[in-house]
Design a protein around this ligand. Sequence first.
Ligand code: FES
Length: 105
Amino acid sequence: MIDIKVETANGSHLELKIDSDENRSLMEILSTHDIGMLAACGGLALCGTCHIMFKSGGDNLPPPTKDELAMLEMLPGAGANSRLSCQVMLSKKLNSSNIKVMPID
Ligand code: FES
């Protein structure tokens, strides 16, 4: 089980308990909840509407790819702890992480 605390784009909070499934992205999980995530490109790292910020717990993840970094550089409000949730695959490394869904401008 993977526990993730989520602050939504409108500032509300929820805690997700996810069965470990290595073949799905974090975006795919977040999109099933009403948290204001658009994920317009469907996970191709082309739109930036799945932008999340790790408040904690992102340190052990594989680093962003060149394509993910290129998209993040174009997003307002992006920082060192930003990720595209469509590029973050579910793993136990996400357990106990705390993320914020970034608003779409
Ligand atoms: S869904 Fe478009 S960049 Fe992640």
